[in-house]
Design a protein around this ligand. Structure first.
Ligand SMILES: Cc1cn([C@H]2C[C@H](O)[C@@H](COP(=O)(O)OP(=O)(O)O[C@H]3O[C@@H](C)[C@H](O)[C@@H](O)[C@H]3O)O2)c(=O)[nH]c1=O
Length: 392
């Protein structure tokens, strides 16, 4: 007898480690699978409160709710909601599945009647070479079940990059009309931004390099507006703030010479994307905002999530070498050095390379516009994932 599938839905499990990246990535993927591939998706999340920062309509008190065609379940320990295995089970970023679910998978595996879901671990994004050889490999569990490693990445041999089907077109349309950005700034309560001013979004971790850049921007021309949500970046700028961070309110403006700091409201991911599309330069971090800054087609600094033994610098170098592959040294060098200095908290170097980069503003922008097309290699993560499942 050929084993059948109990249900065709997919389950995605996500634990919120810290920050918003893990849930940010899985939420985007879940929406895309539901919206573009008509897959019935359940997203199991252990911390709905953190999730609600990027999905303000979410009610953290509910055990289940549906948005954008995705059913969101509150994943309590022990699991108090019945789990029905579907066609695919994705554990994101090596989160540990509940024992109860693992037992269900094993029971299915041992029965001849029902095939267990295809079990995948969605890994973190990296531009390192080894990803090509590890993407898609199975790992045999002690139970006899197979789990596959799904690695996002920048080459055709990897699992690809999350990018919605119409995103680049929507972004290009948005950027073709200058009124859109000024309209967005007004909607976000940001005032005093003139069309010729330089607008920079700042979503980083703590670094003294940011304080150094702010000093430089105070005497810069054109005037600089730094748009910063309440969060970790501001911990590095306390000397510039008129009050404790907790007392700052969205829309508040703090002026120092030619620099205006604007306190940003936290928005949903779509509005965050539009913000990145609307700025002249973006300082982003982690995994998801890093990718969205690339899709914004604007120059950016990547503040990578710090790892033990400075391993994050290896990952940063790997990405920079890909990004700079077809850039002339006059642009590649200051851009890479700027990123390195920012990540290594080198204050004078970061200011020096910022100024050097200013002189190659236009070619850097042109590169940023071509990059999304090259990086996607004709296939985004969701389409490669759906194909991977079909082929398995
Ligand atoms: C500022 C802002 C962010 N966001 C979203 C965009 C992203 O989906 C998310 C931020 O995620 P990231 O950019 O990845 O940065 P992060 O620092 O929040 O998340 C990190 O968490 C660690 C545990 C992971 O190991 C890192 O790789 C990284 O993902 O928040 C909004 O939706 N609205 C906002 O206003």
């Amino acid at each position: 007898m050929t084993p059948t599938q109990a249900s065709s839905h997919w389950d995605i499990f996500c634990t919120v480690v810290d920050n918003y990246g893990d849930i940010g990535v899985t939420w985007r993927l879940a929406q895309q699978l539901a919206g573009e591939y008509r897959i019935s998706v359940n997203l199991w999340v252990d911390d709905l409160h953190s999730f609600s920062h990027i999905l303000p309509q979410l009610d953290p008190g509910l055990s289940s709710q549906t948005f954008a065609g995705v059913t969101i379940f509150k994943w309590n320990t022990p699991l108090d909601i019945g789990f029905t295995p579907g066609a695919v089970l994705i554990e994101s970023f090596a989160c540990e599945l509940p024992e109860k679910i693992k037992a269900q998978l094993l029971a299915q595996h041992q029965s001849a009647e029902q095939a267990p879901p295809l079990w995948l671990n969605l890994e973190y994004l990296s531009a390192e070479d080894w990803v090509d050889n590890c993407h898609g490999l199975p790992s045999l569990q002690a139970s006899g079940l197979k789990k596959f490693f799904y690695f996002p990445g920048f080459t055709p041999k990897t699992g690809g990059l999350i990018c919605e089907k119409n995103l680049l077109t929507q972004r290009a349309e948005w950027q073709s009309c200058a009124d859109n950005r000024l309209g967005l700034f007004a909607e976000l309560g940001l005032t005093g931004i003139a069309p010729q001013d330089k607008v920079i979004s700042v979503f980083s971790y703590e670094t003294r390099a940011l304080a150094a850049l702010c000093q430089l921007w105070q005497v810069s021309m054109p005037r600089v507006h730094a748009l910063i949500p309440k969060g970790r970046s501001l911990n590095s700028l306390t000397q510039l703030l008129p009050c404790p961070i907790a007392d700052l309110v969205p829309g508040q403006r703090i002026v120092h010479g030619n620099l205006t700091l604007h306190i940003l409201p936290m928005t949903d991911q779509q509005a965050f994307d539009r913000l990145l599309w609307s700025c002249d330069f973006n300082i982003v971090r982690g995994e998801d905002s890093f990718l969205r800054a690339q899709w914004a087609a604007k120059p950016f600094i990547w503040h990578i999530y710090p790892q033990e033994d400075d391993y994050h610098l290896v990952k940063l170098e790997a990405f920079m070498s890909l990004y700079c592959d077809n850039l002339t040294p006059e642009i590649a060098k200051p851009w890479a050095e700027l990123n390195l200095a920012f990540n290594q908290e080198q204050q004078s170097a970061v200011n020096l390379h910022w100024q050097e980069l200013d002189s190659v503003d236009l070619p850097l922008l042109q590169h940023a516009q071509q990059w999304p097309i090259d990086a996607l290699n004709d296939a985004d993560l969701a389409s490669r994932l759906v194909q991977f499942v079909k082929n398995s």
